[in-house]
Write a protein that binds this ligand. Structure first.
Ligand code: HEM
Length: 480
């Protein structure tokens, strides 16, 4: 022995179970899931402390955690025992078995195959496509009256969908097809959420010979999801057929997925290509759009931060369009976006199944429980983030936050299953922020209360009306 004392292994049996909400609270939690689970859980954390369990014997055992150390343990240091489990049968209703929902060896193979598509050398050239779409958006705005109020949440949904669709399919999609795709994806994700929040589904999943996926397939909304997915499949298939007929080689994500399909030793089946394409649209569009909506709202509410952003954008870009190389030259702009993702994380929770008994936050977590990491709560922990609801982008300037614990900032999750699109999303966010701010100022609409809605992503409830004003030739006005 070296003489170094070994840390005694933790025996979960020595720890108490977390404060538990009985089965009678399940309807409150479930109905919160349909509308906005965030304040419902916040209230429970205030009453019972940072770890709360909801237990319905034979039906479900959820453990909600809200501390950075829990996120670190679940996502990173004990990720071997916390993996995606049956709870992902619900997202799989809409996203099928693509990268978000797959597990085990299948996920490992797919992640390895898809990782190169998100490498920097592949992403950088996408900046040009992104700015083209952003300019098209500002040109649409040129046609409205200066000072008009428009729904910025809708605009962000549109531009991020256009970017995602173009990244996946190249420039093949018509405006009508893009709109049809957006409507289908939105409906699929919403139906998926409502099925997951249905107590009837969880209760019937607990019946003999039933599983969560078979119970969910019995829900009427699943028929609508299936119809919408068939519509999306047909669209993807048309694109595949077109390019096979034309024999043209492309450089978009669909071409890369098809290459992986043709690869002899380790191929994606046709069905898998479809699942990855739908996953890409589903995971990569509303998330970014919600993050950007919050960004614009927070920027409008914080004039000093906005002035600094405008100064940075004007000085660095000197009126030209931003490129991938500019991302690191715009640290304040990037910090503003990162800070928006902290205060209002679009993916406000993450779920894992505990495969062994463990200890989280001083409480025993039993094998088989579904652990739900509340990113929203972690991002507002006052012990880590002083004055947590104030917008302070300097928290994310280069060199800041070195002492912050791992797990304190997890808008993209962490560990092996960290968001594959995080660099894509950051580049897109900075480009949209910069190229739009060069041309327009967005101010809060008077009298409109901006509230959070925890739907498929955390978005502004009822949209985000903002007043849109053109900026003078490259320099911002005194009122900016
Ligand atoms: C601001 C925008 C985004 C946010 C906040 C976000 C957030 C997240 C989070 C939190 C996870 C992990 C979920 C978990 O551990 O349970 C995740 C996974 C994932 N995201 Fe994102 N995401 C964003 C943008 C994107 C984009 C643009 C794409 C695609 C282009 C994308 C594709 C994916 C995929 C495929 C996964 C699953 C990765 C895996 O399990 O291997 N995301 N995202």
């Amino acid at each position: 022995m070296s003489g170094v004392a070994l840390e005694s292994p933790v025996d979960p049996a020595d720890y108490p179970l977390p404060p538990t909400l009985g089965i009678h609270r399940l309807p409150t939690v479930m109905s919160g899931m349909r509308r906005n689970i965030v304040p419902v859980l916040h209230e429970q954390f205030q009453r019972f402390g940072p770890t709360v369990r909801v237990y319905a014997p034979g039906i479900a055992e959820f453990v909600f955690v809200s501390r950075a150390a829990d996120a670190e343990r679940v996502f990173i240091s004990r990720q071997d025992i916390y993996s995606k489990g049956e709870e992902y049968d619900i997202p799989a209703l809409g996203l099928r078995t693509g990268l978000v929902t797959s597990r085990g060896a299948r996920w490992q193979r797919d992640r390895k195959m898809i990782n190169p598509m998100f490498a920097k050398r592949r992403l950088d050239p996408l900046a040009e496509n992104m700015t083209r779409r952003i300019v098209a958006m500002t040109e649409r705005w040129n046609r409205i009256r200066d000072g008009e109020t428009i729904d910025i949440a809708k605009e962000m949904m549109r531009v991020t969908l256009e970017i995602a669709a173009e990244t996946l399919f190249g420039t093949d999609l018509s405006e009508a097809e893009i709109a049809e795709t957006g409507a289908a994806i939105t409906e699929v994700l919403e139906d998926m959420l409502l099925i997951g929040a249905s107590p009837a589904v969880w209760v019937s999943a607990a019946l003999p010979r039933m599983r969560l996926d078979s119970a969910a397939h019995g829900h009427w909304r699943y028929r609508r999801i299936a119809r919408r997915l068939r519509q999306l499949d047909a669209l993807v298939q048309r694109r595949i057929d077109d390019r096979r007929d034309a024999g043209v080689s492309r450089n978009d994500f669909l071409a890369m997925l098809l290459e992986a399909e043709d690869h002899k030793s380790d191929r994606l089946t046709h069905r898998e290509v479809m699942a990855q394409a739908v996953t890409f649209l589903g995971a990569g569009h509303e998330t970014s759009a919600s993050g950007l909506s919050w960004f614009w709202h927070l920027l409008a509410e914080n004039p000093a931060a906005r002035r600094r952003l405008l100064d940075e954008v004007d000085e660095v870009l000197q009126g030209r369009l931003p490129t991938a190389a500019d991302i690191d030259r715009l640290p304040w702009t990037k910090a503003c976006f990162s800070e928006a993702l902290r205060i209002h994380p679009p993916v406000y929770l993450a779920m894992r199944t505990a495969h062994q008994d463990d200890v989280l936050g001083g409480y025993r977590v039993r094998a088989g429980s579904t652990v739900i990491v509340l990113t929203h709560e972690i991002h507002r922990d006052p012990d880590i983030w002083p004055d947590p609801t104030s917008f302070d982008p300097s928290r994310f300037l280069p060199g800041a936050g070195k002492d912050r614990p791992r797990g304190a900032y997890v808008p993209f999750g962490g560990g092996r299953r960290i968001c594959i699109g995080s660099q894509f999303a950051l580049m897109e966010g900075v480009l949209i922020a910069a190229a739009t701010s060069q041309r327009y100022l967005l101010d809060s609409a008077p009298g409109w209360a901006v509230l959070e809605e925890g739907a498929t992503t955390l978005r502004p409830r009822g949209g985000l009306p903002m007043v849109v004003r053109r900026r003078g030739s490259g320099t911002h006005t005194a009122s900016a």
